[in-house]
Design a protein around this ligand. Structure first.
Ligand code: 13P
Ligand code: 13P
Ligand code: MG
Ligand code: MG
Length: 367
């Protein structure tokens, strides 16, 4: 078993209430029931059931390691069970993210998103769990870059000797299914070439360079690339460890004071600002948005979740929310025009290709 604990955050949208704006309380209580049962049977050390918009997140600690068949199977079966409730209540898009008919060993390519990391719990272990709705995994690129590579954001990169060597960023190419590790700050400029294109390249893990300790993990699947059609956006999750040789909680949160533009608003087909909100305000409504992010803060104590604190429920993020609303107004006025609407190649998995096909024969060559 060893001293290490695994922190798994596994999420899915298995039905929206109303439309795609939130999760019905009965779905959450069914998920809680499943979590309580496996905790009592000893599979989990502890759990917390989170949500953001229409997505449910199973936040779990255990000793099974990352990519454990047992944990992934439990999450899959829980989402299936919750889908039954969603179907009874005729929730919107019941079972939306369950792309496969049956579980086969691992959640990879099956629809639910997951961020996991295994580590030895420190004397004090503050962890921040981010859940987002109406966006995609690349939404974490800019905040992660700022937390772990930008000294204008993270003073500790300069002041704290434990961080001074920098961080390693594992970046995944979601189209070509390849990965590469960038050594930062040495390779910052190289890395930015890729992570500046968040629809394709996403940061999967961050490690502290000095001891290769894992410090951040994200979920990276893109449903449309798996299903070959639009099935909803990928509404990602992220785990970040903090303090004592890592960015302070405030340094982890600071990037969200700027509501950067992300893809995923309305039908997964529009850009909008990522608005940091409290859990109670994580109910995207205007034009099904704007995209939201919540942050649950925990102190881990022998794998137990002490918390959460609803971290963005703080007036210091009011200005970010205000800016997000202004940007939302500005972008909305573009209506069906880019850059509010995503570029054509990103609409490939919507019903757009059908319209193209219908008109294909009417296009004539221009002399
Ligand atoms: P304390 O002195 O309150 O522990 O804070 C240290 C710190 O890192 C704040 O950013
Ligand atoms: P979700 O990906 O959150 O289900 O939203 C889908 C959508 O079409 C919102 O307009
Ligand atoms: Mg939905
Ligand atoms: Mg969603």
């Amino acid at each position: 078993m060893g001293k290490k604990v695994t922190l798994s955050v596994i999420k899915a949208d298995v039905g929206g209430y109303v439309g795609h704006s939130s999760v019905h309380p009965e779905l959450l209580s069914k998920a809680e029931e499943c979590l309580a049962k496996v905790k009592s049977e000893g599979l989990l050390i502890d759990y917390y059931c989170g949500h953001c918009g229409d997505d449910i997140a199973l936040i779990m600690t255990h000793k099974e390691g990352a990519d454990s068949e047992k944990i992934h199977r439990f999450a899959w079966e829980t989402f299936e069970t919750v889908t039954e409730v969603a179907k009874e209540l005729k929730q919107y898009g019941a079972g939306q993210d369950l792309l496969s008919d049956a579980f086969s060993g691992n959640l990879k390519g099956m629809g639910p998103g997951y961020a996991e990391m295994e580590f030895e719990e420190r004397k004090s272990e503050p962890v921040l769990i981010f859940l987002a709705d109406k966006t995609e995994p690349g939404a974490w690129n800019m905040p992660l870059y700022k937390m772990f590579a930008d000294p204008f954001n993270t003073a500790g990169l300069i002041i704290d000797p434990a961080m001074h060597d920098g961080f390693l960023f594992e970046v995944h190419d979601l189209i070509e299914h390849k990965k590469i590790v960038f050594d930062c700050p040495k390779e910052l400029y190289d890395m930015l070439v890729f992570i500046g294109a968040p629809a394709r390249f996403t940061i999967k893990f961050v490690y502290r360079k000095a001891d290769k300790e894992v410090v951040a993990a994200t979920s990276t699947q893109r449903l449309s690339l798996m299903a070959g059609r639009y099935v909803g956006k990928d509404d990602p999750v992220m785990i970040v460890r903090s303090q004592a040789g890592l960015p302070a909680v405030g340094e982890v949160l600071e990037p969200f004071a700027f509501p950067h533009t992300v893809a995923g608003w309305m039908r997964g087909s529009h850009h909008g600002p990522l608005m940091p909100v409290s859990v109670k305000d994580a109910t995207p409504s205007r034009f099904d948005g704007p995209p939201r992010v919540v942050c649950l803060g925990f102190q881990l104590a022998e794998g137990k979740f002490v918390g959460p604190r609803d971290v963005f429920d703080d007036p210091s993020f009011d200005r970010a929310r205000q800016m997000a609303l202004e940007v939302a107004d500005y972008l909305r006025r573009h209506g069906p025009f880019e850059p509010h609407r995503l570029p054509l190649d990103e609409l490939e998995y919507t019903t757009m290709p059908d319209i193209m096909k219908k008109l294909e024969s009417r296009f004539e060559k221009v002399e």
